[in-house]
Design a protein around this ligand. Sequence first.
Ligand SMILES: [Zn+2]
Length: 366
Amino acid sequence: MSDTSLTAYAGPVLGSPDAERAPEERRGLHYPHGRWVPGPGALFEVAPGVHWLRMPLPMGGLDHINLWALEDGDGWVLVDTGLSDDVTRGLWAQLFEDGLGGRPVRRVIVTHFHPDHIGLAGWLCARWGVPLEMARTEYLLARMLALDIRPEPPGEAIDFSVRAGWPDTAIQALRSQPWGRYGKIVSALPAGFRRLRGGEVLSIGGREWRLVTGRGHSPEHLCLVTDGLMISGDQVLPRITSNVSVYPTEPYADPLGDWLESIEALRAIDPDVLVLPAHNEPFRGLHVRLDQLAADHHDKLAKLHALCAVPRTAFESFSTLFRKPIGERDYGIATGEAVAHLHWLEARGRLRRLSDDSGVDRFEAI
Ligand SMILES: [Zn+2]
């Protein structure tokens, strides 16, 4: 498992069918603005008082994040913040200068702990003298990761990679890397925060926004839902599949179980909402998209189960799960996703785990 690589947190995809399918095949999704997007750091009003703001990301394959600026009386409420880098800080500084009409930021809300969402939260909260508002588990995890900086990876990360069947050369390369990249791409977080909870209702700019918790991509991801609108963060994305991974922190977790349960729970939301996602463009067709996401995972699970007619490691499942060849720099994220799918099947009695003397786990179909 590689360290907190950016891609592991941002939710892009390794050759998922979704990422590669032609847009016209995305049946049932409607993009009111087509593929048009606002320029970096420019505001576009998608609904009265709700502004779309796009910030760049320096990552291959995923080059932007959508943030949302909500008008609230004489000020603004920000939802998500962008990565902590000079480019994004510069774009925010410009917005404070003119784009936000000289009105102050009153609240900073973060959907989840991933660096492209929380990256500049500490900096923004300090700049405006406001508390950071987010779910408790997400805040605690962010603080833990930001503080966990070591000269080499912890034993748990090495064991995780050995168990997944990585080649020795990749294990040796992992051992030689420093640990703790998260703390370098997230600005210093406030030592305290205001807790937000699923089910809570926030009054912002004359709208009532209900908080809805999603799980699986991150442990306590918050979406904001109001009449006709849903700020979905990474919980529902139209053209990429959110990363659902097991990490060495909790190596026997079943995040895909959480993810598929969340998909079911999100069906309670009005199917006609305009979804405002953290990546790609605003779209309608929430329930169609939920169906597609569930179907894509079940398709992968079926292929994986068939592959495991012969006992397989997570590493040996890459070519079945991902269309693109997986290079060594993507072993971490690919392993996380592969193990998530293996664990879902194991937890439901479809696979059994066979551990050998060298610490490698293989999974066999039952
Ligand atoms: Zn994310």
